[in-house]
Design a protein around this ligand. Sequence first.
Ligand code: HMG
Ligand code: MG
Length: 295
Amino acid sequence: MSEAVEIVEVGPRDGLQNEPGAISVAQKVALIEACVAAGLPSIEVGAFVSPKWVPQMADTDRVMAACGPYPDVKATVLIPNLRGLEALAEARTTARCEVGEVAVFVAASEGFSKANLNATRAETLERAGQVSVVAKSMGLAVRGYISCVTDCPFDGPIAPSEVAHTARELNRLGADTLSLGDTIGKGTPERVSAMLDGVLQDWDASRVAGHFHDTTGRALENVAVSLDAGLRTFDASVGGLGGCPYAPGAPGNLATEALVPFLHARGFATGVDEVKLAAAAKLARQIREDARANA
Ligand code: HMG
Ligand code: MG
C-alpha cells in the first residue's frame, strides 16, 4: 500500500488574505466546498486576526456559519492572540463548519515578527503559549507556524539555529504540530535540509509540515528534500493563491495542483482527486481575478 502524505490546504486563508479586492462570503464558501469535493483532508478556512491588519479575513465567522459540516475534514483557523480565540468561541456558536484546530504563528526573525504581529518574537511566543493553553481547554488541537525559516524580507538569511530555537519553544508551549514557512520562497534544498536538521532534533518528522512558497520555482525541490528528511505533511494553496500582506516580495504558495501530481508520481497517496482539484484551482484563479478587478 502507498504511503500517505497529508496536504493542508491553506488557500482560503493564506491564499485569499493577500487579495486587496472584495471577495464575498459566498465565493469563500464555494472555494472551501470545491476543496472538500476534491478530497483535501485538512483546510485552513480563515483567520481571527485584527480586521485593521487583514481586512480580507474579517468575515471568517460568517464563512464558518455558511459552510459545512464536513465530518471528514480537519478545519483550522489562524489565531494571533486570546482576543482571536474569543472571537472563534463566539463564531462556534453559529458555525456549521466545525473548527477542530487553531494555528498560532510566530517568526524566526525579529523583522517579520514586528511587521506581521507588531511584537517581538518573545512576545509572540508568550501569546502563542496563552492561546495554546486556552485552545486545549476548548478541545482544540494547536498547530504552530514558524515564518521565515530560511529568509526574512527585512532581516535577510536566517540561521537554522534560530528556527530550531523557535521550534523548540513551540514544542514546549504545547503545539501539537509544526508548520515551517519559507514565507518569501527563497529557500534552496540545501538550506531547507540544514534547517530541518536543526528542527528535527526536537520534533518528530511525523508532526512537522513543510510550507513552501514558489517564488524562485524551487518549492517542489524543497518538498523533495523534506520528504527525504521524513516529513509527510505539506501546506499548499489551490491556484497558487497567496502571499502575506506583511511580507513584501512573497508571491503565491506552492500550488496544490502542482504538489498533488508530484506526490502521486512518487508513489505517495494523498486521497485527492486530481480532476476535482483542477476544478477547485480554476475557481481559485477566477476568484483572484474577480478580486483584482474589484480592487
Ligand atoms: P496591534 O495593533 O498591535 O494590536 O496588532 P492591539 O492589541 O493594539 O489591537 C489593535 C486593534 O485590533 C484593537 O481594536 C483590538 O481590539 C483589535 P481597536 O481598539 O483599535 O478598535 N484586535 C483584534 N480584532 C480582531 N481579532 C483579533 C484582534 N486582536 C486585536 N484577534 C495583532 C496586533 C496581532 C492584532 C495584529 O498584528 C494582527 O492581527 N496581525 C495578523 C497579521 C496576519 O494575519 N498576517 C498574515 C498571517 S501570517 C502568514 O501569512 C504567514 C503564514 O502563512 C506562514 C508563512 O507563509 O510563512 C502563517
Ligand atoms: Mg504562506
